[in-house]
Each structure stands twice: as structure tokens, then as C-alpha cells.
Design a protein around this ligand. Sequence first.
Ligand code: IPD
Ligand code: CA
Ligand code: CA
Length: 272
Amino acid sequence: MDRSMLAEMLTFAEETARAAGGILRDRFGKDHDVVFKGTIDMVTEADKASEALIVERIRAAYPEHDLLGEEGARGTASASGLQWIIDPLDGTTNFAHHLPTFAVSIGLEQHGRSLLGVVYDPMREECFTAARGEGARLNGQPIHVSSTPELIRSMLVTGFSYDRETRLKQAHLWRVFIPQVQAIRQTGSAALNLCYLAAGRFDGYWERGISAWDVAAGACILQEAGGMVTDLDGGPFSSADRVILGSNGLLHPAMLEMIRMHGEFPPEGVTS
Ligand code: IPD
Ligand code: CA
Ligand code: CA
């Protein structure tokens, strides 16, 4: 991909994420039309309005590109292999509870390889961006992962999917990590977790049960900020996988080792 073309598409993605974020900011704190996709997995009218805006703009600007949106938008596979991956509101549960921590996430991949990512938090007006080979930025300023060298000095972050069994596995890993680290947080937005890791606010992140739209943009931003992203066994990362391990790079071996040694669920000797 030509550098100027990539820069043009990054500008387009940023403008689109900012416009969609404006919709979320306008609707924040009001009553919402909530529909449940599962027992606890909800979608509001704001998720749908944000996705509609993003998809309309992509179809107008890049009609030949494929797209994948959390709220159902689909394109058709293109010969170029270019696909936009969209989470119109990452952090819906926060948003519905009037907690101002959520973001719009727009990633672009080519044959499954990330080319760019934009994650926009409209309440803090923080826009995280990255293009392959060009570094990562927050509101235009370069960002880099932390240099925290040991788990006991680290602040980790995780999240919980909407599936009960997956949550129990996550809770088990939480228990494995908590005595070994300074703190573990949960923001409620996978996209922001990856961007905060990219900006050095967190040192490591793991999650099971995520989807491509949760992490496609954020993983690109983390890698461009000097971080590392793999699956939970240390294998290559793909946004199509349902698991992710991200870190500042320095903590990756220690986190992988903890997961390898103690990550099995139910723990050895315990029957559920
Ligand atoms: C969720 C958030 C959450 C993560 C879940 C995601 P949504 O996305 O990113 O942090 O733990 O796995 O599904 O539903 O708010 O778009
Ligand atoms: Ca999401
Ligand atoms: Ca979402």
C-alpha cells in the first residue's frame, strides 16, 4: 500500500470516527432504546446510529472495499482484500449505565493484516491513531508503550465477555495474576484497553471472548506504539481469533508463562 494512500485513508477514518463519536456524545446520559442480543449483551439506538454513519461514509468513499460492523453491516469480499472493521460503540454497557468510558473503533485490514486503526473517545476527546510503519499517536502526538520491566510493578487490564463460561475462565486468570502485580483494572472497552496500553497507561492486557471489531484498530495502535500482541499461547495475533494478549513487550514472556503454568480452567484438581 502506497504511503500517501494510507495517510489519506487514515485521515478519512479519523474524520469518520470523530463524526460517529459526536453522535455518541450527543446521546450520552439520555434515556436509550435498549435491545438485548443475549441475556446481558445489549445494543442501543446510539450503537446503530453510529454504525449507520460510519458505513454510509465508507460505502461512499470506498465502494469497492469490504466491511464488517458489529451491528450487522457487511460488505462483499473484494479482490484487494481490504476490509474495514467497525465497532460503532465499544463500551455499550458503560454507555447504557451513563459511565463516560467508551469509544468508536475503526480498523482497516488487508488479507487479515492490519493497515491502520483509529479509536476515538468522544467524552475525553482522545483520538488514538496508527498506520502500519508510521507509529502511533494520541491527538497527533507520538505515543509509546511503558518500560515497566516486572509484573510486580505492572498495572494490567482485562475485560469480561458476555458468555458465562468464558467469564469464569477470565475470573480464574484474574485470580492467577492478582497476587503477582501492582493492580488489575477493567475499563469496559477492549479498544481503549489496547490504546491505554499503547500510551503507557497500562502494561499488559489479556482477554478471552473478544471479536474482531473489539480489537482490530487497537491492536494496530499497540503494535505501532512498540507493544506486542499475540494469542494466549504466544502465537501470531489475528483479529479473527477470540483471544488476545497485549503488553509493552517486556512483560510478554512473564505473562505467557503465568498463563501457561496456571491458566488452565477449571484449575487442576478442581471439578466444577
Ligand atoms: C465489549 C467491550 C468489553 C469487552 C467485551 C466486548 P461492546 O464490547 O469491549 O470491554 O470485555 O468483550 O464485547 O459490547 O461494549 O461493544
Ligand atoms: Ca466491542
Ligand atoms: Ca460495540
